[in-house]
Design a protein around this ligand. Structure first.
Ligand SMILES: NC(=O)c1ccc[n+]([C@@H]2O[C@H](COP(=O)([O-])OP(=O)(O)OC[C@H]3O[C@@H](n4cnc5c(N)ncnc54)[C@H](OP(=O)(O)O)[C@@H]3O)[C@@H](O)[C@H]2O)c1
Length: 268
């Protein structure tokens, strides 16, 4: 029996398969995907085993579904008869944006489901995985899930009704942050810096500021005030950001992502 199996090993499923391999070793992780090259990379780098979706469904203690929400129905239909034949205890882990644990469970003949919302920084141990437990998930299942996902970064338990809200922030957030890094890089180039320097300075400034706030536990508003000397250059920049609605733009972005997540999950 494999500790974890993955059906769909693309951007997110592949990232979490590597996380699980880091936790329990690749030989305890079984992977399946339509695309052989995605599996070859996991096999070569982490020593993961390769199989079919049916094998993953039959031979894994935790079964991660890493397929897009639009094809979840089909993927679940494929493995449902296999799961229904199982006499031992297993748990399905769904990362499908917007789909409730109850909806996934119903598609799988009432299988126990942990619903998660991971993000891409999990690949370097700096991710956030939001999760909630559906019916039939035991404390032991939760413990196994948490130990498997430990190398991803932070795992945070939320009531299910908050998962879509958190997802707009942490699941979509890496795209918002990258867009801000791109904008800051262009700004540096506009001032006269070469692109590669501007990009590495922007990235380090984002990473360093986040680390400072996390390590000192100081409020970002305080950290910002500490950089703004009276009548200095930083407060001029902050005034420009406020005048152009940077704060409101971010609020709208997260709200729009939340709206779309809810919309995608409707009827699922
Ligand atoms: N990307 C992110 O940042 C992110 C963040 C949080 C959550 N998620 C969630 O993660 C899930 C996967 O997203 P993704 O971006 O990783 O998608 P992706 O890169 O397209 O990966 C999905 C993979 O699953 C394969 N697949 C589809 N149906 C399959 C089946 N029945 N059996 C075996 N393999 C199958 C796909 O192959 P084909 O394309 O050839 O069918 C593809 O290689 C989604 O539910 C999404 O909501 C993603």
């Amino acid at each position: 029996m494999y500790k974890a199996g993955f059906i769909g090993c693309g951007n997110m499923g592949g990232t979490l398969a590597a996380v699980a391999a880091r936790s329990v070793g690749g030989s305890a992780v079984l992977t399946a995907d339509h695309n052989a090259p995605k599996l070859a990379a996991l096999e070569k780098e982490w020593g993961c085993a390769v199989g079919t979706p049916a094998q993953v469904a039959a031979e894994s203690r935790l079964i991660f579904l890493g397929v897009k929400p639009q094809v979840m129905d089909r993927a679940c239909e494929e493995i449902r008869p296999v799961l229904m034949k199982r006499k031992d205890h297993f748990v399905v882990v769904s990362m499908a944006a917007g789909m409730s644990s109850a909806a996934v469970s119903t598609l799988l003949g009432d299988a126990p489901v942990i619903r998660i919302m991971p993000n891409t920084p999990a690949a370097v141990g700096e991710g956030v995985i939001l999760y909630c437990k559906g019916l039939g998930v035991s404390a032991d299942d939760e413990e196994l899930f948490l130990s498997l996902m430990k190398p991803a970064g932070i795992c945070a338990k939320l009531p299910e009704e908050k998962i879509d809200m958190g997802s707009a922030l942490t699941g979509c957030g890496p795209a918002f942050v990258c867009l801000l890094v791109e904008a800051m890089t262009d700004a540096g180039v506009r001032c006269g810096l070469p692109h590669d320097l501007a990009q590495s300075f922007s990235l380090q400034t984002f990473a360093g500021t986040a680390k400072l706030a996390l390590k000192t536990q100081r409020d970002p508003a305080q950290l910002r005030a500490a950089v703004c000397s009276p009548a200095g250059s930083t407060i001029e920049g902050v005034a420009a950001l406020e005048a152009l609605g940077a704060r409101h733009a971010m609020m709208e972005a997260v709200q729009a992502a939340y709206r779309r997540t809810v919309e995608l999950g409707k009827g699922k």
